[in-house]
Write a protein that binds this ligand. Sequence first.
Ligand SMILES: NC(=O)c1ccc[n+]([C@@H]2O[C@H](COP(=O)([O-])OP(=O)(O)OC[C@H]3O[C@@H](n4cnc5c(N)ncnc54)[C@H](O)[C@@H]3O)[C@@H](O)[C@H]2O)c1
Length: 328
Amino acid sequence: MKILITGGGGFLGQRVARELLAHGVKTGAGGASVPVSAITLFDIAEPPAGVALKDPRVTFVTGEVSDKAAVAAALGRDTGGVFHFAAVVSGQAEADFDIGMRVNLDGIRNVLEACRAAGNQPRLLFSSSIAVFGVPLPDVVNDGTTPTPQASYGVQKLIGEWLVADFTRKGYIDGRAVRIPTVSVRPGKANAAASSFASAVIREPLNGIDYACPVSEKTLMWMCSPRRVVGNLIRAFELPSETWGPIRSVNLPGITVSVTEMVASLKKLGGEKAAARVSIQVDPRIDAIVQTWAARLETPRADKMGFVADANMDEIVAQYIADEGIKL
Ligand SMILES: NC(=O)c1ccc[n+]([C@@H]2O[C@H](COP(=O)([O-])OP(=O)(O)OC[C@H]3O[C@@H](n4cnc5c(N)ncnc54)[C@H](O)[C@@H]3O)[C@@H](O)[C@H]2O)c1
């Protein structure tokens, strides 16, 4: 199968591509593995040197997802699978309304229209977010909770989900969308996502850097690790269309973790010195966005579909230490 990954230079794009190249995709009859013959990574920016995938099956295309012709050219006519990751994150979409609309909304529309024009009903996975939920929130969000996003990013993701469902209903694609929890611990530098603190509060102290956390200790987050989310994204792509049925979106499982618990895991696995590097300095702009997010969810549909969560925050921190070779 030939695959296009938009945002393919990014965090999840690179990881998903690596897994697909290594293991193929289980989209054959009865879930049989199908080899991945080619992957096009489409992104506005090349991944940092040393991170970029080196594999003869990978082609990197630099392009802007809001450029309809560029997206159509990257897709071509014989692409069987699409992972749509290109997006500007929550903080940026909120700070610059126009860029959010252009990248997050025009972007998904361009990808869907390119798939429709290709005429081969490609399978498409759309990376949505739990930011589709916002206040007023029930104590626990479940599969029946009505999305009420309170930031432009969540609105753009929700519209994308509806378009994925409608293009699927029309038979233009075989689409599915997953509402991803906050992924932590993300290596590298902090980004403009309002959720960026959930990685930085672990990552920076483990790398010897002091960190001022922009939200209070009591803040709760719905989280999952990079390994879990990559496994779940590929599962979402591989599940047969019938398993999704008419509902093309799902809330992915995660764990609810407070900032206090994040720092406790940091202390347990990284030591007192690392934990002492964290201070709390609430940033009202970040805090205002984060406090509207859902942090407690029940995900029976996802559980039934075979998606899995991490066991606890300790496991997430331990994974980061192991994967990044952190010397304690
Ligand atoms: N990581 C998370 O915690 C999380 C949570 C919920 C949803 N998501 C969604 O998952 C997807 C991937 O997230 P990620 O963590 O890998 O983010 P990322 O920022 O690492 O990757 C996104 C990629 O999109 C590219 N991009 C941005 N604007 C573009 C444009 N105009 N044209 C082409 N490419 C463009 C960026 O250069 C980047 O490489 C995003 O859609 C994000 O909204 C992520």
